[in-house]
Design a binder for this molecule. Sequence first.
Ligand SMILES: [Zn+2]
Length: 253
Amino acid sequence: MIRVDRGSEPDSLPAIRQTERDRVRLLFAATGFDRDQLGKRYTEVKSELWRRQCFKCCYCEKVCEDVGNDLEHFRPASLYWWLSWTWSNLLFACPNCNRWEKNDEFPLANAAARLAPEDEPPQREEPLLVDPAAEDPMDSIQFVFDASSERWLPRPRGANVRGAETIRVLGLDRQALLENFKRHVDRYVVPDVEHLRRMMAEGNEVEVRAYWANVVRRGLQRTSYFTALTHDALDHFFPADLRHRWSLALPRP
Ligand SMILES: [Zn+2]
């Protein structure tokens, strides 16, 4: 999970927001809340988010070949219907993270402070879910290699409670993702690691630095596959003291 830059809202969204809020406000006043009435006029907004997020799920970083059916509401529409058309509440996520894992969950450290209808966030809410568009998720979550299972596991950084809750709510350690993470590191990171180690053994500093720069350029772009995982795997194979000895920088994506 890396930071997402969604940019400014599409020109079409303010008008949709105004129309839809007025429509459902009246409807809910008459018939009570009904999630199915929230409407699906999101096609353009969803495509825009998909492009700006480099076609990747904002949570698991899996590349999605098409824009799909789901628009992710950071604060779920079932609990915060009035934020259904608010740009700062919208993200692109894969169906596994959005629909099958997170769904309607939005845990707070202070549940009693949950927003009242029509309140603008955050007020006094302290969400336990990491917002990739508002903070650097790598401050809260890191990938750790588990030698016994030979898997790369997302773990809270330090004792970060929000990292732990985010992993739980989104199922970021689900089996299918762990298989993807392993395949990614084995296929795209380990060959570079082995090549770099050979060059280090030969002691060629100039070549090592040039190759490292190339690895970083390829693997740590926002467009790269599983960018946060690549970063943490490189950090695992080449820890800070070793990087320092060879003057190798490991920037966050
Ligand atoms: Zn996902």
